[in-house]
Design a protein around this ligand. Sequence first.
Ligand code: NDP
Length: 298
Amino acid sequence: MGEAALIDGKGFAAALRARIGTLAGDFAQATGRRPGLAVVLVGDDPASQVYVGAKGRACEEAGIASFEHRLPAETSEAELLTLVERLNRDPEVDGILVQMPLPGGLDEQAVIAAISPDKDVDGFHVINAGRLSVGQTGFVPCTPLGCLMLLKDRLGDLSGLDAVVIGRSNIVGKPMAQLLTDANATVTVAHSRTRNLADVVRRADIVVAAVGRPEMVRADWIKPGATVIDVGINRLPPAEGKEKGRLVGDVAFAEASAVAGAITPVPGGVGPMTIAVLLRNTLVAAHSHAGLEPPEGL
Ligand code: NDP
């Protein structure tokens, strides 16, 4: 058995962002304004602050206006909903993202429901989940759409391939399964109640792991030559003398690489795709708000 090809999500995402930058420039020429993304952060969760900072920088680099709203942890739900309403009406804002998780006491579902579905670039609103489910055009959650892009880039046509998605969350597992079904793969969704998970995974030509358990998927779960997409981001406890532990995925990368045909690393695989697709969705939203055809090839 050889060594799996590395699926370079970081490189793919960089190329996608460069293309979005060009198209955002064309959009600004045509309309006299840049596409705009509003990012709302409530409270001071350190991981969320890092994500929000990264999203703002990625926007500016791609020629997308970034409007950051940082609110204190004590913000009431009514205040947050008022801000969302204002952003819904703001013609400079094409996409609205409220960074999750919200501090306790704030109802995440109510906040998502308040975002206009046509500015819901995260694709979390039930209207967009419904659109995906019945095959209508809408916004698809960024992480699974990024995974699909990597899979198509690697494998081309996915018709007839056996895919196993481990995880059934609304933001990753379920939309991933839907996208793979739409791409004509034969899809199994596994979760914490799945029996004989290793045997189920071993049947798959495509494995997407979105669990949140460090290195759970072992080499002997993987069919030789399979394509493995690792969505998991898990921080291990720090080694002695170190401040921070290592980041690992849901797949035991080193051993799985000896069996898989291709695999995403963590970090540098799926993670960078999530932000690139957020920019893509914002650009698509901007075109739709301006009455323009969506840009091609994104
Ligand atoms: P959730 O916690 O919402 O969902 C986890 C899923 O895994 C659930 O469906 C759960 O099953 C299933 N699961 C838990 N334990 C097992 C087990 N032992 N065997 C099989 N299935 C199991 O997580 P998310 O979907 O939000 O995220 C998954 C991972 O992806 C996390 O590590 C997260 O950090 C990462 N992530 C990465 C992103 C990126 O940009 N790269 C973006 C989003 C998430 P059940 O439903 O039965 O409880």
